[in-house]
Design a protein around this ligand. Structure first.
Ligand SMILES: *Cc1c(COP(=O)(O)O)cnc(C)c1O
Length: 389
């Protein structure tokens, strides 16, 4: 069988189960407005939680850096790609998170698949939440450590697994999302840190959806749980609330020095553009020193859940969560509701397996500080109309 025939059979099988994916062209503008070939829509599917992705101040910071340094970083960080903008961003991130040091990566995906295998390997044990992000799962697999998966958020089950398996392992690492991207709920950071200490394990939190949003001045999940500084390794992305692209890890100086020497996705990859770092620095200033962005997001998130509830729609995630999933179940149905919404001017993600478990396809509404009350009310009303039919 030819390569194409073999692959076509795979694509056909996906299509039969309503799981085939395709790209949509989306031109993003200020105010969470996007143009697609189906017309203009309000975007309720992005991770641009604070509306910074199209903010003129970030664009200006990037433009200035391009004028000064050009486009490309020229090399990996350890060769000659280590621009002053990278160094400044990392030192400002470390200061913000009250950590000794921070290190940037090309993306959150690259960070997770590079860091986890640098920390643990054969003979070690990983304890992981069953709903962890794909990049964490891949990092765990790459590490060759034995992975013990516990039911979602179940610290009792985690404690049992630690009791049973910690002893046989050399090192132990507990790995979890801070705020779960498809369910909108939070990891019990305090309980996890306490268990880790009890069992001589380390903690690794991927806080992609919480940095810039939750906690004091947006410092994330650990801060929200009043345990900032108690997590050993924290990863955050610059592609979500920060509105740019790229990622970072923060922790002790020893951790960062070690990762510079051992994280393969850091060592063997071109440094992010200096302009990305410059834009991320501007985003960090806005997140840290301008609470209005976060306050607007929270007000919008509360409004969203209230309007949905008022329209008789049951949403997952907590009150005031900026990720608002609505369970549909069937993949085909989720896609159909999504496409009806987009023709009515609202872009909402239809999330299907393998992103979520089989039979749990859902709409994933994400709220942004850039939304207006009118847009939020409009979505709730339109969605209610579609779901009634
Ligand atoms: C989005 C996401 C990532 C990937 O980050 P990128 O910077 O987009 O590569 C990693 N982990 C979690 C939990 C995410 O939601």
């Amino acid at each position: 069988m030819s390569l194409d025939d073999a692959l076509q059979a795979g694509l056909d099988a996906l299509r039969d189960r309503d799981l085939e994916r395709s790209l949509r062209v989306v031109a993003r503008h200020e105010g969470a407005v996007v143009d697609t070939k189906l017309g203009t829509a309000v975007d309720f599917s992005s991770n641009d939680y604070l509306g910074l992705a199209t903010h003129p101040r970030l664009a200006e910071a990037a433009t200035n850096a391009i004028k000064e340094f050009g486009i490309g970083s020229g090399a990996s960080r350890l060769i000659s790609g280590n621009n002053p903008e990278h160094v400044a961003l990392e030192s400002e991130l470390a200061d913000y998170f009250e950590a000794e040091q921070a290190l940037t990566f090309a993306s959150g995906y690259a960070a997770n698949v590079g860091i986890i295998p640098a920390l643990v390997g054969r003979g070690d044990a990983i304890f992981a939440d069953t709903l962890n992000h794909a990049s964490l799962i891949d990092g765990c697999r790459l590490s060759r450590a034995t992975v013990h998966v516990y039911p979602h958020l179940d610290v009792g089950a985690l404690a049992t697994l630690l009791q049973e398996h910690r002893g046989a392992a050399r090192r132990a690492l507990i790995v979890t999302d801070g705020l779960f991207s498809m369910d909108g709920d939070r990891a019990p950071i305090g309980d996890i840190v306490d268990l880790a200490r009890q069992h001589d394990a380390w903690t690794y939190v991927d806080d992609a959806h919480a940095v810039g949003v939750l906690g004091v001045d947006g410092r994330g999940s650990a801060s929200a749980a009043r345990r900032l500084g108690d997590v050993d390794v924290t990863v955050g992305t610059l592609g979500k609330a920060f509105g740019v692209a790229g990622a970072f890890v923060y922790g002790s100086s020893t951790l960062i020095q070690y990762l510079m020497n051992r994280a393969r996705s850091f060592i063997f990859s071109t440094a992010m553009m200096p302009a990305q770092a410059a834009a991320a620095r501007e985003a960090l200033r806005m997140i840290r020193f301008e609470p209005t962005h976060r306050e607007k997001l929270l007000a919008n998130a509360i409004r969203m859940t209230r309007m949905l509830h008022g329209a008789g729609i049951e949403a997952m995630g907590g009150a005031g969560a900026h990720i608002v999933p609505i369970m549909i179940g069937d993949a085909g149905e989720a896609v159909m509701v999504g496409s009806q919404l987009v023709t009515r001017g609202y872009l909402v993600g239809a999330v299907r397996p393998p992103t979520v478990p089989n039979g749990s396809s859902r709409l994933r509404i994400t709220v942004s500080a850039a939304h207006t009350p009118l847009q939020i009310g409009g979505l709730a009303e339109t969605l209610a109309g579609i779901l009634r039919k």
